[in-house]
Design a binder for this molecule. Sequence first.
Ligand code: PEP
Length: 260
Amino acid sequence: MARRLFIAGNWKMNLGPAQAAGLALELKAALASNTALDVAVAPVAVSIPAVVAKLKHSGLHVAGQDLHAEASGAFTGAVPGEHLREAGCTYVIVGHSERRQLFGDDDALVAKKVKAAFRAGLLPILCVGETLSQRQAGQLEAVLDQQLSVAMGGLAADQAAAVTLAYEPVWAIGTGHNATPEQAQEAHAYIRGWLRGHFPAFVADQLRIQYGGSVKASNAGALLTQPDVDGALVGGASLKAADFLGIIEAGLAARRASRS
Ligand code: PEP
Protein backbone atom coordinates (compact mmCIF):
# COMPACT_ATOMS: atom_id res chain seq x y z
CA MET A 1 0.00 0.00 0.00
CA ALA A 2 1.35 3.44 -0.95
CA ARG A 3 1.80 5.70 2.03
CA ARG A 4 2.35 9.41 1.47
CA LEU A 5 5.85 10.60 2.23
CA PHE A 6 6.08 12.58 5.47
CA ILE A 7 9.19 14.61 6.29
CA ALA A 8 9.38 16.53 9.56
CA GLY A 9 12.04 18.87 10.88
CA ASN A 10 12.79 18.88 14.59
CA TRP A 11 14.37 22.25 15.28
CA LYS A 12 15.11 21.27 18.90
CA MET A 13 16.19 24.18 21.16
CA ASN A 14 17.21 26.40 18.24
CA LEU A 15 15.71 29.39 16.39
CA GLY A 16 13.83 31.98 18.41
CA PRO A 17 10.69 33.58 16.93
CA ALA A 18 12.44 35.85 14.41
CA GLN A 19 14.82 33.23 13.03
CA ALA A 20 12.13 30.54 13.04
CA ALA A 21 9.76 32.80 11.12
CA GLY A 22 12.51 33.46 8.57
CA LEU A 23 13.14 29.75 7.99
CA ALA A 24 9.39 29.09 7.79
CA LEU A 25 9.08 31.72 5.04
CA GLU A 26 11.91 30.17 3.06
CA LEU A 27 10.27 26.74 3.27
CA LYS A 28 6.87 28.14 2.35
CA ALA A 29 8.28 29.83 -0.75
CA ALA A 30 10.19 26.77 -1.88
CA LEU A 31 7.35 24.33 -1.26
CA ALA A 32 4.54 26.51 -2.62
CA SER A 33 3.63 24.03 -5.35
CA ASN A 34 4.25 20.92 -3.27
CA THR A 35 1.51 18.34 -3.43
CA ALA A 36 3.72 15.27 -3.30
CA LEU A 37 4.38 14.91 0.40
CA ASP A 38 3.51 16.05 3.91
CA VAL A 39 5.97 18.38 5.62
CA ALA A 40 6.01 19.50 9.26
CA VAL A 41 8.38 21.61 11.32
CA ALA A 42 8.71 21.52 15.09
CA PRO A 43 9.89 24.87 16.48
CA VAL A 44 10.74 25.63 20.09
CA ALA A 45 7.43 26.40 21.88
CA VAL A 46 7.77 30.19 21.98
CA SER A 47 8.45 30.27 18.23
CA ILE A 48 5.31 28.33 17.32
CA PRO A 49 2.99 31.36 16.90
CA ALA A 50 5.45 33.13 14.58
CA VAL A 51 5.89 29.99 12.47
CA VAL A 52 2.15 29.27 12.34
CA ALA A 53 1.55 32.85 11.16
CA LYS A 54 4.08 32.50 8.35
CA LEU A 55 2.88 29.06 7.24
CA LYS A 56 -0.82 29.95 7.06
CA HIS A 57 -2.41 28.48 3.88
CA SER A 58 0.89 26.81 2.92
CA GLY A 59 -0.17 23.23 3.60
CA LEU A 60 2.93 22.86 5.79
CA HIS A 61 2.28 21.59 9.31
CA VAL A 62 3.60 22.82 12.63
CA ALA A 63 4.42 20.40 15.43
CA GLY A 64 5.20 20.74 19.11
CA GLN A 65 8.42 19.09 20.30
CA ASP A 66 6.82 17.70 23.46
CA LEU A 67 3.71 18.16 25.58
CA HIS A 68 2.67 17.67 29.18
CA ALA A 69 0.35 14.76 29.89
CA GLU A 70 -2.18 16.97 31.69
CA ALA A 71 -4.39 19.61 30.09
CA SER A 72 -3.74 22.32 32.71
CA GLY A 73 -2.58 22.82 36.28
CA ALA A 74 0.36 23.56 38.54
CA PHE A 75 3.16 22.31 36.27
CA THR A 76 5.47 25.29 35.99
CA GLY A 77 7.21 25.54 32.66
CA ALA A 78 5.21 22.80 30.93
CA VAL A 79 3.11 23.14 27.78
CA PRO A 80 -0.10 21.13 27.35
CA GLY A 81 -1.27 19.76 24.02
CA GLU A 82 -4.39 21.90 24.22
CA HIS A 83 -2.26 25.05 24.04
CA LEU A 84 -0.19 23.67 21.16
CA ARG A 85 -3.41 22.94 19.29
CA GLU A 86 -4.81 26.40 20.04
CA ALA A 87 -1.55 27.91 18.79
CA GLY A 88 -1.97 26.10 15.47
CA CYS A 89 -0.02 22.85 15.79
CA THR A 90 -1.37 19.71 14.16
CA TYR A 91 1.36 17.29 15.27
CA VAL A 92 3.44 16.81 18.39
CA ILE A 93 6.65 14.81 18.84
CA VAL A 94 6.40 12.38 21.76
CA GLY A 95 9.13 10.27 23.35
CA HIS A 96 12.10 11.76 21.51
CA SER A 97 15.27 10.11 22.82
CA GLU A 98 16.46 13.45 24.20
CA ARG A 99 13.27 13.61 26.28
CA ARG A 100 13.77 10.00 27.36
CA GLN A 101 17.46 10.42 28.21
CA LEU A 102 17.67 14.00 29.51
CA PHE A 103 14.22 14.64 30.98
CA GLY A 104 13.26 11.22 32.33
CA ASP A 105 10.37 10.48 29.97
CA ASP A 106 9.92 6.75 30.52
CA ASP A 107 7.61 4.46 28.55
CA ALA A 108 4.70 4.99 30.94
CA LEU A 109 4.92 8.77 30.63
CA VAL A 110 5.32 8.52 26.87
CA ALA A 111 2.10 6.46 26.77
CA LYS A 112 0.29 9.17 28.76
CA LYS A 113 1.61 11.83 26.39
CA VAL A 114 0.40 9.90 23.33
CA LYS A 115 -3.09 9.81 24.85
CA ALA A 116 -2.81 13.49 25.80
CA ALA A 117 -1.95 14.35 22.21
CA PHE A 118 -5.15 12.72 20.94
CA ARG A 119 -7.16 14.33 23.75
CA ALA A 120 -5.90 17.72 22.54
CA GLY A 121 -6.64 16.99 18.88
CA LEU A 122 -2.97 16.56 17.92
CA LEU A 123 -1.40 13.72 15.95
CA PRO A 124 1.57 12.18 17.76
CA ILE A 125 4.92 11.53 16.10
CA LEU A 126 6.03 8.80 18.47
CA CYS A 127 9.78 8.17 18.62
CA VAL A 128 11.20 4.73 19.35
CA GLY A 129 14.69 3.32 18.99
CA GLU A 130 17.56 1.55 20.66
CA THR A 131 20.85 2.75 22.12
CA LEU A 132 24.13 1.46 20.74
CA SER A 133 24.68 -0.84 23.72
CA GLN A 134 21.18 -2.27 23.32
CA ARG A 135 21.83 -2.93 19.62
CA GLN A 136 25.19 -4.51 20.36
CA ALA A 137 23.58 -6.72 23.00
CA GLY A 138 21.07 -7.98 20.40
CA GLN A 139 18.16 -6.22 22.11
CA LEU A 140 16.80 -4.19 19.19
CA GLU A 141 13.56 -6.16 18.87
CA ALA A 142 13.01 -6.38 22.64
CA VAL A 143 13.47 -2.61 22.99
CA LEU A 144 11.03 -1.90 20.17
CA ASP A 145 8.52 -4.41 21.63
CA GLN A 146 8.67 -2.70 25.01
CA GLN A 147 8.44 0.87 23.70
CA LEU A 148 5.63 0.05 21.26
CA SER A 149 3.56 -2.08 23.58
CA VAL A 150 3.54 0.48 26.39
CA ALA A 151 3.03 3.56 24.20
CA MET A 152 0.53 2.08 21.73
CA GLY A 153 -1.01 -0.79 23.66
CA GLY A 154 -3.99 1.18 24.96
CA LEU A 155 -4.93 2.84 21.68
CA ALA A 156 -8.04 2.13 19.63
CA ALA A 157 -7.22 0.96 16.11
CA ASP A 158 -8.25 4.22 14.43
CA GLN A 159 -6.01 6.19 16.78
CA ALA A 160 -3.12 3.78 16.27
CA ALA A 161 -3.39 4.22 12.50
CA ALA A 162 -3.16 8.00 12.95
CA VAL A 163 0.14 7.79 14.85
CA THR A 164 3.35 8.49 12.96
CA LEU A 165 6.16 6.37 14.33
CA ALA A 166 9.71 7.65 14.10
CA TYR A 167 12.32 4.92 14.28
CA GLU A 168 15.32 6.79 15.63
CA PRO A 169 18.29 4.67 16.67
CA VAL A 170 19.81 6.72 19.47
CA TRP A 171 23.33 6.09 18.17
CA ALA A 172 22.44 7.78 14.89
CA ILE A 173 20.95 10.98 16.31
CA GLY A 174 23.18 14.00 15.89
CA THR A 175 26.24 11.79 15.37
CA GLY A 176 26.63 11.91 11.59
CA HIS A 177 26.39 8.08 11.58
CA ASN A 178 23.05 7.22 10.03
CA ALA A 179 21.66 3.71 10.03
CA THR A 180 22.29 2.06 6.68
CA PRO A 181 19.21 1.78 4.47
CA GLU A 182 19.24 -1.97 5.21
CA GLN A 183 19.38 -1.42 8.98
CA ALA A 184 16.55 1.10 8.75
CA GLN A 185 14.42 -1.19 6.58
CA GLU A 186 15.02 -4.12 8.94
CA ALA A 187 13.83 -2.14 11.97
CA HIS A 188 10.88 -0.59 10.09
CA ALA A 189 9.79 -4.00 8.81
CA TYR A 190 9.98 -5.33 12.37
CA ILE A 191 7.83 -2.42 13.60
CA ARG A 192 5.27 -2.99 10.85
CA GLY A 193 5.18 -6.67 11.75
CA TRP A 194 4.61 -5.73 15.39
CA LEU A 195 1.69 -3.54 14.32
CA ARG A 196 0.23 -6.42 12.29
CA GLY A 197 0.36 -8.62 15.34
CA HIS A 198 -1.38 -6.13 17.63
CA PHE A 199 -3.94 -4.24 15.53
CA PRO A 200 -6.29 -4.85 12.60
CA ALA A 201 -4.45 -4.99 9.28
CA PHE A 202 -5.34 -1.44 8.20
CA VAL A 203 -3.20 0.00 11.01
CA ALA A 204 0.03 -1.54 9.72
CA ASP A 205 -0.98 -0.64 6.16
CA GLN A 206 -1.71 3.03 6.90
CA LEU A 207 0.64 4.01 9.72
CA ARG A 208 3.68 5.93 8.52
CA ILE A 209 7.10 5.11 9.92
CA GLN A 210 9.73 7.83 9.62
CA TYR A 211 13.42 7.14 9.94
CA GLY A 212 15.43 9.61 12.04
CA GLY A 213 19.15 9.85 12.72
CA SER A 214 21.65 11.91 10.72
CA VAL A 215 19.45 12.15 7.62
CA LYS A 216 20.91 14.47 4.98
CA ALA A 217 20.46 15.03 1.26
CA SER A 218 23.22 12.56 0.43
CA ASN A 219 21.59 9.61 2.24
CA ALA A 220 17.89 10.54 2.00
CA GLY A 221 17.29 8.89 -1.36
CA ALA A 222 18.54 5.47 -0.31
CA LEU A 223 16.70 5.61 3.02
CA LEU A 224 13.40 6.90 1.65
CA THR A 225 13.14 4.28 -1.08
CA GLN A 226 13.13 1.40 1.41
CA PRO A 227 9.70 -0.25 1.29
CA ASP A 228 8.83 0.40 4.94
CA VAL A 229 10.43 3.85 5.28
CA ASP A 230 7.65 6.38 4.82
CA GLY A 231 9.48 9.55 5.69
CA ALA A 232 12.12 11.13 7.86
CA LEU A 233 12.39 13.00 11.13
CA VAL A 234 15.30 15.37 10.62
CA GLY A 235 17.20 17.21 13.33
CA GLY A 236 20.38 19.11 12.46
CA ALA A 237 19.75 19.21 8.72
CA SER A 238 16.33 20.83 9.21
CA LEU A 239 17.83 24.06 10.53
CA LYS A 240 18.84 25.43 7.13
CA ALA A 241 16.33 25.68 4.30
CA ALA A 242 18.80 24.43 1.68
CA ASP A 243 19.68 21.33 3.71
CA PHE A 244 16.06 20.46 4.56
CA LEU A 245 14.85 21.12 1.01
CA GLY A 246 17.75 19.04 -0.29
CA ILE A 247 16.48 16.09 1.73
CA ILE A 248 12.96 16.55 0.38
CA GLU A 249 14.17 16.85 -3.21
CA ALA A 250 16.51 13.86 -2.90
CA GLY A 251 13.76 11.75 -1.36
CA LEU A 252 11.19 12.65 -4.00
CA ALA A 253 13.64 12.16 -6.87
CA ALA A 254 14.78 8.76 -5.61
CA ARG A 255 11.17 7.63 -5.11
CA ARG A 256 10.23 8.77 -8.63
CA ALA A 257 13.25 6.97 -10.06
CA SER A 258 12.54 3.77 -8.13
CA ARG A 259 8.99 3.63 -9.49
CA SER A 260 9.80 4.36 -13.13
C1 PEP B 1 16.35 14.05 15.83
O1 PEP B 1 16.69 14.80 16.71
O2 PEP B 1 15.20 13.59 15.81
C2 PEP B 1 17.31 13.72 14.79
C3 PEP B 1 17.03 12.74 13.97
O3 PEP B 1 18.47 14.46 14.76
P1 PEP B 1 19.62 14.44 13.61
O4 PEP B 1 18.91 14.45 12.28
O5 PEP B 1 20.41 15.67 13.85
O6 PEP B 1 20.39 13.18 13.81
